[in-house]
Design a protein around this ligand. Structure first.
Ligand SMILES: Cc1ncc(COP(=O)(O)O)c(C=O)c1O
Length: 358
């Protein structure tokens, strides 16, 4: 397996006099909300206690916000922890992963000893998921992992297509894990989410990260939604205090803060549109249509590899994500996060000047 590498690794980015402009991790550019900051300060004294192992307050808040029952919720130290717990609990023998996609799907499955089957999405077709091929493969595997939207391509799968996949998978006795970690960035997710489908599909686990939209990757917080039996099994396979006290309380505060949620969606939508249009206007750059707060680019027609591009951008103080270590990806793709307007303008100017220098 390729070495551990993700965006947002500011620790290995090296020392600079100025701050790095970090476009390599897909985090809400509005940053920490006051509600989360205040919750952390207000709850600091409680650190002398263990966190609530049942996570009752946070599960109630998630239940109200997302319309799912507390018994169907499992809390995670980030969504990624739940991937690892899921594979260890379910022990699927053969796991099908459409790629390129988030590399922790493969790492988590391998850590549990699963055999990985890749379903390669075709670059010539814009890395679009071939649903017909996926349906054909369902009976041969024990689990399928789908990112919705998929990272790094940004492709969204429509709920009606997922329902077809779920029903065929149920017939075939195949589990489906859908990672909806970025859906909070959409104004409405009703055409895409399958959170409510856990009642009809005992073979379904839906994951949500709270670190992306609420800008707390350093705090770690996510949750999974599944039928109560699977939730119980996963609960028994984890550390009882996996989600720390500050993260639980910050999650409750974040879900109550509707102003931050609305402002984030409104501001980020404007920034996505600006960045997509401005990047698309740069000669030689291929820009994939974004769905949420990140954009996939190909620098192949600029006569550079992604690694050369990333290095040249670092020299300008900007971190972008080299996608060459995503399974199923070539050596020409780069992912950029959408940040605030002024920062996006700096990114566009830096790319223009880099390409002009060549
Ligand atoms: C598709 C996807 N899911 C989940 C995560 C991680 O979520 P968390 O920080 O909650 O573990 C990432 C992080 O990059 C991601 O890209």
């Amino acid at each position: 397996m390729k070495p551990f590498e993700h965006g947002g690794n500011v620790y290995s980015a090296g020392v600079r006099n100025d701050e790095w402009l970090d476009f390599s991790a897909n985090i809400n550019p509005l940053g920490l909300s006051d509600s989360i900051k205040n919750s952390i300060i207000d709850n600091m004294e409680s650190l002398v206690h263990y966190p609530d192992p049942t996570g009752t307050l946070l599960k109630q808040a998630i239940s109200v916000h997302y319309g799912v029952e507390p018994d169907n919720i499992i809390l995670g130290n980030g969504a990624v922890e739940l991937m690892y717990i899921y594979f260890h609990t379910r022990q699927p023998r053969r796991v099908l992963i459409p790629v390129p996609s988030f590399s922790e799907y493969e790492r988590g499955a391998k850590a549990a000893g699963c055999q990985i089957e890749m379903l390669y999405m075709d670059k010539e077709q814009g890395f679009v998921l071939d649903k017909a091929r996926l349906l054909e493969r369902l009976p041969d595997v024990d689990a399928v992992i789908l990112g919705n939207p998929n990272n790094p391509t940004g492709e969204l799968i429509l709920r009606r297509d997922l329902l077809k996949i779920l029903s065929k998978a149920k017939e075939a006795g195949t589990d489906i894990m859908v990672d909806e970690s970025f859906l909070d960035f959409l104004a409405t997710d009703k055409e895409y989410t399958v959170l409510d489908m856990i009642k009809d599909y005992p073979n379904l686990l839906v994951l949500r990260s709270m670190t992306k939209f609420f800008a707390v990757p350093g705090l770690r917080l996510g949750f999974g939604v599944a039928n109560a039996e699977l939730v119980q099994k996963m609960e028994l396979s984890k550390d009882p205090w996996n989600v720390n006290l500050l993260a639980q309380m910050a999650g409750v505060a974040a879900l109550k803060d509707k102003t931050y949620q609305m402002d984030s969606r409104q501001i980020i939508t404007g920034c996505i549109n600006y960045l997509y249009n401005a990047l698309s206007a740069i000669d030689g750059l291929k820009v994939y249509a974004p769905s949420v707060n990140f954009i996939l680019l190909s620098v192949e027609a600029c006569g550079m590899t992604s690694s050369e591009f990333v290095q040249a951008m670092r020299e300008k103080g900007i971190l972008v994500r080299d996608c060459c270590n995503y399974p199923g990806m070539d050596q020409y793709h780069v992912r950029v996060a959408v940040r605030l307007m002024e920062e996006n303008q700096k990114l566009v100017e830096a790319i223009k000047s880099l390409l002009a220098e060549r």
